[in-house]
Ligand binder design. Structure first.
Ligand SMILES: *[C@@H]1O[C@H](CO)[C@@H](O)[C@H](O)[C@H]1NC(C)=O
Ligand SMILES: *[C@@H]1O[C@H](CO)[C@@H](O)[C@H](O)[C@H]1NC(C)=O
Ligand SMILES: *[C@@H]1O[C@H](CO)[C@@H](O)[C@H](O)[C@H]1NC(C)=O
Ligand SMILES: *[C@@H]1O[C@H](CO)[C@@H](O)[C@H](O)[C@H]1NC(C)=O
Ligand SMILES: *[C@@H]1O[C@H](CO)[C@@H](O)[C@H](O)[C@H]1NC(C)=O
Ligand SMILES: *[C@@H]1O[C@H](CO)[C@@H](O)[C@H](O)[C@H]1NC(C)=O
Ligand SMILES: *[C@@H]1O[C@H](CO)[C@@H](O)[C@H](O)[C@H]1NC(C)=O
Ligand SMILES: *[C@@H]1O[C@H](CO)[C@@H](O)[C@H](O)[C@H]1NC(C)=O
Ligand SMILES: *[C@@H]1O[C@H](CO)[C@@H](O)[C@H](O)[C@H]1NC(C)=O
Length: 870
């Protein structure tokens, strides 16, 4: 995570450089327009200035400026989305361009109600220079709904136009209207002057230089989301590749050691930022395993079209030719034989990319692009492995890049309808409803986009039934899944099973009953909103926690689905891992890693009494672990995931005192939240609830930061977050701690067991940080990343009172490696050798897929989580 800092500053400088040159020249290479802005320019959160669009409009059209009627909570910013230009007849913009330059064109759409214009009635085309169709019969509303996003951005790369102007025409369908919220036009370096091999046609090539492209996918393979600011000057977004990986064979991710420099040599740094090249995904170090599977990504695309796949490579570990050699397949055809990254680049840490063009047919079901890697044994390489650092998929055409509107899935439509029903039903009940059913109504709309778009079509991995140990996955194993009988499975819950099938293990009810001795009461280790949690044993001795749904709870079904879909896609050392699930005869169970040491709270206090068990350092380490888990949720996945129920009973501790965040039943994904109606139901646990979320019903990741601030004070004071037996001002820990902190009497409420043993500097850092988390306004609270840094600093101050910041980083990195070094299996060795960065160490499950040491949720009775209706 420390590496984030440098590229960040680097790219800001680059952006500024572009800005500066844009001001110097008369025809600006950079145009950022907020369409329909009425007054001057506005800055967004990233500091970009969006200017008005008026002066580029051509006479002859009909358009009006309008404001969106509602700001979706996932829009973290007003510009460019809250204002729009609405076109009621064919209207054009004309932008000055350099005839010989390639341009990025980004279009931003937020389908909200604009005055009397309802986005569901909007269908229009967008045409560039009269001849290149970018969109046709386009419905932003349907597209957003299918993606379960509030807004959408389209990115095109237009080949040199040979004229000094770009005309962009918005053409509404009959009796309809068009609209646009933002337009970016950015001159770009020529990144596409390559000649790409046409896959499937020996010795045919495609000249990419003259083609117009639409960006479909851009992934930082084995790494995490890269924001426009962190990009190398072209403000692109690079996403995590995890959601696109086929099946459970995810390989391993790894990161360059800090002392390895990414050396671009003659390649332009604009091609991709160093963050892309310094992380990668490979197959693992077991030769037999690797020979048994293909490392595969699947992308949903429009059929009957050509695609350019640009693969980014950089080997920052090995340095010799013929150490890793592999074949690359696109849609089951060989794109490349004997790829040898070092052979291509000549050395360690030198990046390169390869372009392949493939035609995706219009046959039934052919709307996917498969990218697969497999070791090439013919060349007798030293290791049977394969490697990928980044991938970009572009649609290519010289006249028409448009595709049909997507079809929102039935399941998604149903979920949205349910939520609407629920909300209209409840809206009139303007009372606070207390519910012992731990945050009932987990209407979290499952991370549907990815599942629906990517997973629903998955078939099982061929041959997965016959292999037993090749899946380097976390805590789950498909092999054992095949022992289960697949019959008798009910489909009462919107066919979730089909989606999760490829991702986690399916248990038969019989297996679950065996594991829990037929749900024997003495095995109950907790009760949550969802139902009871049982301790169980599977596979002759592997301890698990089984969460059983209460069959009566209709809402449980939704939480159950959310949890499976969230957890099956997320993996991190500090997130609890889901092993599998059971859905049969109205029974629904989730099976997790068993967490030997229960919840964080159990180690802090019992009733109102501190337990005096954990030292300050141990508490800090647990907080840091949990913060890492949350940081991953907020930034590591494709979408920001907001946990919404951060509390000490949702932080579990394994046998090695490593903290793991659990219970995703209420989680919502950020820009992925459903649009079109206000989410009026505030969910979470009383005592931890972000007041701003409560007041304004706007959910952001800063709500988790607030709750985490409460957790920090709980760790320091070892008392319940709500204690009604105390005088009024002391009832709420969050309020009381802030009062004491401001009065300078915080010392008085510290857990007596640790009081006096905390280094004063460490305490100050910690308390300042916790206080900031509890700021009234989300904007004043630190990000999870800053928080993590501050906690690490506090830990460092405790351990080396005279230490430096540099020390903080070192201490943590080494302690992170510790866990891995201790594991003495192959996977652990592989990790060690590749020197994974802290963000990319996968959980224990990946270290050893066979020895499912697993975790659980909700150990002790949760205090009633409250459900508020406002
Ligand atoms: C370009 O787009 C048109 C319309 O979608 C399609 O029919 C044609 O096959 C495409 N051409 C290529 C080369 O992909
Ligand atoms: C590739 O092969 C697999 C396994 O035979 C098959 O399931 C899949 O549909 C194929 N993909 C394409 C795009 O042809
Ligand atoms: C990997 O993919 C290629 C191309 O689809 C296929 O021929 C091969 O059988 C696959 N190998 C494995 C082990 O699945
Ligand atoms: C472009 O392609 C889309 C989808 O393939 C099609 O519906 C549309 O008619 C085409 N437009 C033109 C101008 O060719
Ligand atoms: C436009 O898109 C809508 C929704 O996808 C579809 O129902 C309609 O048939 C399309 N119209 C044309 C002319 O293609
Ligand atoms: C208010 O809630 C109660 C139960 O929670 C329900 O029976 C009633 O119909 C609700 N009122 C309205 C107006 O929806
Ligand atoms: C679930 O799948 C079954 C068969 O695959 C289908 O008949 C049923 O309609 C589906 N249910 C839902 C809610 O999609
Ligand atoms: C805990 O550490 C031991 C080695 O000390 C290791 O064998 C074990 O797998 C670890 N357990 C977990 C749950 O990570
Ligand atoms: C990793 O390092 C260990 C020694 O530390 C060595 O025995 C092992 O072969 C190495 N593995 C790989 C895949 O390089």
């Amino acid at each position: 995570m420390y590496s984030i800092v440098n590229p960040f500053f680097f790219s800001v400088v680059l952006l500024n450089a572009i800005h500066a040159s844009s001001q110097a020249s008369s025809s600006p290479p950079l145009m950022i327009l907020g369409c329909g802005l009425d007054k001057g320019s506005e800055k967004d959160v990233d500091g970009r200035t969006w200017g008005p669009d008026d002066k580029f409009l051509q006479p002859g059209g009909n358009s009006i400026k309008s404001k969106a009627s509602f700001q979706d909570p996932s829009l973290l910013d007003v510009v460019p989305y809250m204002s729009a230009r609405v076109f009621t007849s064919e209207t054009s913009y004309k932008f000055p361009v350099q005839p010989d330059k390639r341009y990025w064109l980004r279009l931003h759409f937020y389908p909200s109600v604009y005055g009397s214009y309802n986005p569901s009635e909007s269908y229009f085309s967008v045409i560039a220079n009269g001849g290149v169709t970018l969109l046709s019969n386009f419905s932003a509303s349907i597209t957003c709904q299918a993606l379960s996003q509030a807004y959408l951005d389209r990115e095109y790369s237009l080949a040199p136009l040979n004229t000094d102007a770009l005309t962009l025409t918005f053409k509404p369908n009959d009796k309809s209207f068009g609209f646009i919220n933002g337009i970016q036009l950015i001159e770009m370096p020529e990144l596409f002057d390559s000649v790409a091999a046409l896959v499937g046609y020996a010795d045919q090539t495609v000249e990419v230089k003259s083609l117009h492209l639409q960006t479909m996918f851009r992934l930082n393979v084995g790494g995490q989301y890269i924001s426009p600011k962190q990009d190398s000057g072209l403000s692109r977004m690079w996403y995590d590749d995890t959601p696109y990986i086929y099946g459970a064979a995810t390989g391993v991710t790894n990161q360059a050691e800090k002392d390895v420099k990414i050396n671009y040599q003659s390649m332009s740094t604009s091609v991709a930022p160093t963050n892309v090249y310094s992380t990668s995904r490979s197959m693992g170090n077991d030769k037999n395993m690797n020979m048994g599977y293909n490392l595969t990504w699947i992308f949903q695309v429009d059929p009957n079209s050509m695609y350019l796949a640009r693969l980014h490579f950089c080997d920052y570990y090995y340095s010799k030719v013929n150490e890793i050699v592999f074949n690359i397949f696109l849609n089951n055809q060989t794109a490349q034989t004997q790829a040898d990254v070092i052979g291509w680049t000549g050395g360690k840490g030198v990046p390169t990319y390869k372009d392949y063009v493939i035609y995706v047919q219009d046959d039934a079901g052919e709307d996917q692009l498969w990218l697969a890697l497999h070791p090439a044994p013919d060349s007798k390489p030293e290791f049977y492995d394969a490697l990928l650092n980044g991938v970009e998929i572009f649609k290519v055409n010289d006249t028409n890049l448009s595709g049909p509107n997507p079809q929102p899935s039935d399941m998604l439509m149903k979920a949205e309808e349910d939520e609407r029903k629920f909300e209209t039903h409840k809206r009139y009940n303007k009372t606070v409803v207390g519910s012992a059913a731990g945050g009932a109504a987990g209407f979290a709309l499952v991370a549907a986009i990815v599942c629906v778009a990517v997973y629903s079509k998955k078939k099982r991995v061929p041959g997965s039934d016959t292999h037993t140990s090749w899946l380097p996955i976390y805590g789950t194993s498909q092999t054992t899944g095949t022992k289960s009988t697949m019959s008798g499975r009910s489909t009462n819950s919107a066919n979730l099973t089909a989606m999760a099938q490829g991702l986690c293990r399916y248990f038969s009810l019989e297996e679950i009953k065996q594991a829990t001795k037929n749900f024997d009461e003495p095995n109950v280790i907790g009760v949550g909103g969802f139902g009871k949690v049982y301790k169980g044993v599977i596979d002759n001795g592997v301890k698990v926690a089984v969460k059983r749904s209460n069959p009566q709870s209709e809402q449980g079904v939704n939480e159950f689905q959310t949890e499976i879909e969230m957890l099956s896609k997320l993996r991190h050392k500090h997130l609890v891992s889901l092993i599998g699930f059971c859905e049969e005869d109205d029974e629904m169970c989730l099976v997790y890693d068993y967490m030997e040491r229960g919840t964080f709270r159990e180690h802090l206090y019992k009733g109102n009494k501190p337990l005096s068990t954990l030292s300050w350092k141990e508490r800090l380490e647990i907080c840091i672990g949990a913060a890492r888990g949350l940081h991953y949720l907020h930034t590591g996945a494709k979408y920001t995931i907001i946990h919404r129920d951060v509390k000490t009973t949702n932080i579990l501790i394994d046998e090695n005192w490593s903290a793991k965040v659990s219970d995703f039943g209420l989680s919502k994904t950020g820009p992925n939240m459903n649009q079109g109606h206000v989410s009026t139901v505030v969910k979470g646990s009383f005592g931890y609830l972000d007041p701003e979320y409560f007041r304004r019903q706007q959910l952001t990741e800063k709500s988790d930061v607030y709750s985490f601030g409460v957790v920090l004070f709980e760790a320091l004071c070892a008392r319940p977050v709500l204690n009604p037996s105390l005088p009024k001002e002391q009832v709420s820990l969050a309020d009381w701690a802030l009062i004491c902190k401001r009065k300078g009497t915080l010392e008085d409420i510290i857990d007596p067991y640790i009081k006096g043993k905390i280094n004063p500097e460490s305490l100050k850092k910690f308390a300042d940080t916790a206080e900031k988390c509890l700021s009234d306004h989300g904007i004043d609270r630190p990000s999870m990343n800053d928080l993590l840094w501050n906690l690490e600093f506090a830990l460092n101050l405790q351990e080396n009172p005279d230490g430096s910041t540099k020390g903080a980083a070192r201490v943590i990195d080494e302690s992170e490696f510790e866990d891995i070094r201790l594991g003495n299996n192959d996977m652990a060795n592989h990790y060690k050798n590749l020197s994974l960065g802290s963000e990319h160490e996968l959980s224990s499950n990946e270290e050893d897929s066979s020895s499912n040491h697993i975790a659980s949720l909700a150990y002790i009775s949760d205090p009633p989580s409250l459900l508020f209706i406002i």
